[in-house]
Design a protein. Sequence first.
Length: 596
Amino acid sequence: NVKRRSRRSDVEPGYTAPGFSTCSRESVCIPLLANKAQSIQVIRQNTGSFGKTDELKTGVCGKDMKGTITYKCESGFWKPVEDNCVLGVIDSLKNELTSLLVEEIPVFIADLSSATAQHEIIVSQSAATVQAIVDILFNIADLSQSIFINKQVMEVSTVDIIVSFSVSDTWNKLNKGNNTKNTSIKLLSAIEDISDRLTDEFEIYEKYIQLIRTTIKNSFSTISRLPNSATEIVIPHVPQETTITIIIFSTLNNVLLSQGTNDRRRSDVNEMLNNISFTFDIQSLGYPECVFWNFSLNTWDSTGCEVKHSRNKIMCECNHTTSFSILMSPFYILYIASSYINYIGVSISMASLIICLIIETIVWKRNDTSYMRHVSIVNIAVSLLIANICFIIGAAVAEQEQPTSVWRCSSAVFFMHFFYLALFFWMLMSALLLFYRTVMVLSQMSRAKMMVIAFIVGYGAPLLIAVITVASTAGPQNYISKRNACWLNWHESKALLAFVVPALTIVAINLVVLIVVLYKILRRGVGVAIQPDEKHALVVNARCVAILTPLFGLTWGFGIGTMVSHDFGIHVVFALLNSLQGFFVLVFGTLLDIKV
């Protein structure tokens, strides 16, 4: 059986340990002799001959590598789950750091550069080796804070190799999952720390990195010389002579995390340079955002930067110095399609709401239950209609202005927030009316009293929440989104919770009410003392609440999904459901009433 299986060639790519193989029919992993030169004794010494499903075993690394590989028995194969193999020469250099003296840094950096260049292919494919190199650079950055670094010491060829296109898959592995070491963040931090200690004036050009150290007077401008890069950097005014360091990366997008958890804090603001512009010749993507890497938050931050459009280019203007970039959506065409879905859907929604209001005006019921159901549907339709109008206004402002105008959006966001909440609170009133009429049959409340309670809850509660949200976000800067959209802020102040929490709470309450009412009806506790017309109104109201509540809840559930996911499908589903809410109100709130 072993010999037969040894002829198989379906072992996964990257499978380096020869002592592991497929499983037997009983799902037990057995050793594989890949060729006659390999010894079963070595296999048993490293990991043992056999293993059960989900069992973990540790094997040694291949030639010129140090460390271990952990394997797991899955689906008949020993599959590597943790690769800690580091190139031997890099591992040796890392061990030397413990006794490295400051004056030895130049020779050490030269040795690191030489070792990385000689084993470039192995380095590009080994995540543990790249991580070891970054750890070395990070430690050197700390060690070099007491000295000044010249061009001979500032060797960037090592960094150029580990940020190249060929290492992008390795960086994906490093940045995937719960990587607590934040290798990409440490790399950027090390480069910035080392650049702080540069002396003299010089320029270095590599394949993916350009470094400029210069002294400027009055103004400064430069254009990237890197391939496939047309970035232009302009500092229009400098009050006095100052020295700056500019490092341009053309492949950092393959390296840097979108966010991290490291708590390393850094302030890199230069008070003399308060107006820096970066022009990017990129027009194939959409939704540009000028950002810098915030080491305190370990994520991209747009504070102090704004987008300025120029002819066939995109310009970023910032009032401080640090690591800048431009973020753009690779799904620009898809998001345009999503926008069209929104506009078409909202138009259908508004037309449906107008038809709904006309029908509700014509059809008038006399008993209290029908009357209050009518009032609820009318106010749901009015709230959603006004919210949709504000949505169109806000979307138009967001598309015309980059970045989105704070003052133009604030009023639209406030009324959207208020009327979308009113929609949910009037749904709550429909559910409470249903609960009152089915569970509390013997209780009587006047129509006037019900109307007062309904309007206080339906409009008073949303108004209170909306006003508190404005007041608690300390001004418009944290009230609306900074992501080129007119909606409540999420990333900075979490103001969006002032809509999400009440809305989803009402959905939960309404579902509980429906369960109680259904239980009451099945127990035949309702119907004896209720007139036919009122019973019909209860059935219509129950069906309306039972259908619209999950639909609204599902819609804004996908809305939460759009905050945490960039998946295009989630955005499309949310756009469809959100823009057709008015159509749902017309169909399930009005047209399905037999008397209508």
